[in-house]
Design a protein around this ligand. Structure first.
Ligand SMILES: [Zn+2]
Length: 296
């Protein structure tokens, strides 16, 4: 009798424990599934779509460990990118080699963000080719005064004539795409803060087409930027028709990496397929190896 009640109590305890564990597991699973469904990445992965965010910086409070933990949690593969160029953390081959040594064997891509228009003169082809990919943007230009201007720094921006600025910007983007051996054009169609409200009128269809033509003829991919929410769907559709590949990039400034919201919206809206997405080129086929530099 006594033994029976002990067994009964044990059974009750065990079943309570199992039920609790099950409830805990269920709530964890549903929380995680709900979160992933919200992201849409689970849905994408079921269709064989590997989501890669190729524009993650170890900036602010974001350490490599934190980035990789988040990558595992979200199922989004990351490309960790180093800023290389004049007045940036990496300015020569030695800097590249030291950086790559630190990143060796990590479960992520390692990319180079080439900064400023003089970057091809700072590094050797061999050092650059060690990265999985190279990208740049048109956010540092030589302006109408002949000055190096970083367009995200309001004190360096001088735009007395908006139309003339757009002419110069489009020409700069064409020159970058035609002359700099990059894999991806990032922060595409970015405009400085003072012009952002006029984005739709300043970026005329003709100007956008020139950017698409230059990107296509040089086999360069275009980033879908989560942070800038650019480019817009129409541009992506036209670029897709021109055979251009796409990447997804967050360009974070700290550990707030977001959930790829804008990219997922564009992927759905423009019906992008895995075959529309960029993958790093194998050794020997990288733009830096195939195109080299067209130096002045
Ligand atoms: Zn960046």
């Amino acid at each position: 009798m006594r033994a029976n009640s002990v067994v009964m109590s044990l059974l009750v305890l065990v079943s309570l424990f199992v039920a609790a564990a099950h409830a805990e597991k269920q709530s964890w699973v549903s929380r995680f599934d709900g979160w992933k469904a919200k992201m849409g990445s689970a849905e994408l992965q079921r269709t064989g779509f590997l989501l890669i965010d190729s524009h993650i910086h170890l900036k602010g409070d974001l350490t490599l460990k934190k980035a990789l933990d988040y990558s595992r949690k979200t199922g989004v593969f990351y490309g960790i990118v180093a800023n290389c160029g004049l007045n940036f953390p990496i300015t020569d081959d030695q800097g590249i080699n030291e950086y790559l040594k630190k990143m060796e064997g990590q479960p992520c891509f390692v990319g180079m963000q080439a900064e400023g228009r003089e970057w091809p003169t700072l590094f050797s082809k061999e050092a650059i080719a060690k990265f999985d990919y190279v990208f740049t943007d048109a956010m540092t230009i030589v302006d109408h005064r002949g000055r190096r201007a970083r367009l995200w720094m309001p004190e360096e921006v001088d735009i007395p004539d908006k139309q003339a600025f757009m002419v110069l910007l489009v020409r700069t983007i064409e020159q970058i795409l035609d002359n700099e051996p990059i894999d991806i054009y990032v922060n595409p169609t970015y405009l400085p803060d003072v012009l952002i409200k006029e984005y739709d009128t300043l970026w005329t269809p003709e100007r956008l087409k020139r950017v698409i033509d230059a990107t296509a003829r040089n086999g360069v991919a275009i980033e879908i930027s989560n942070r800038l929410k650019l480019p817009k769907a129409d541009f992506i559709r036209q670029a897709k028709k021109a055979g251009i590949k796409f990447t997804v990039g967050t360009n974070n400034i700290d550990s707030k990496l977001g959930r790829e919201e804008y990219a997922l919206q564009i992927i759905r809206e423009c019906e992008l397929k895995p075959s529309d997405m960029f993958l790093p080129k194998p050794d020997g086929k990288k733009p830096i190896q195939v195109r080299g530099f067209k130096t002045k």
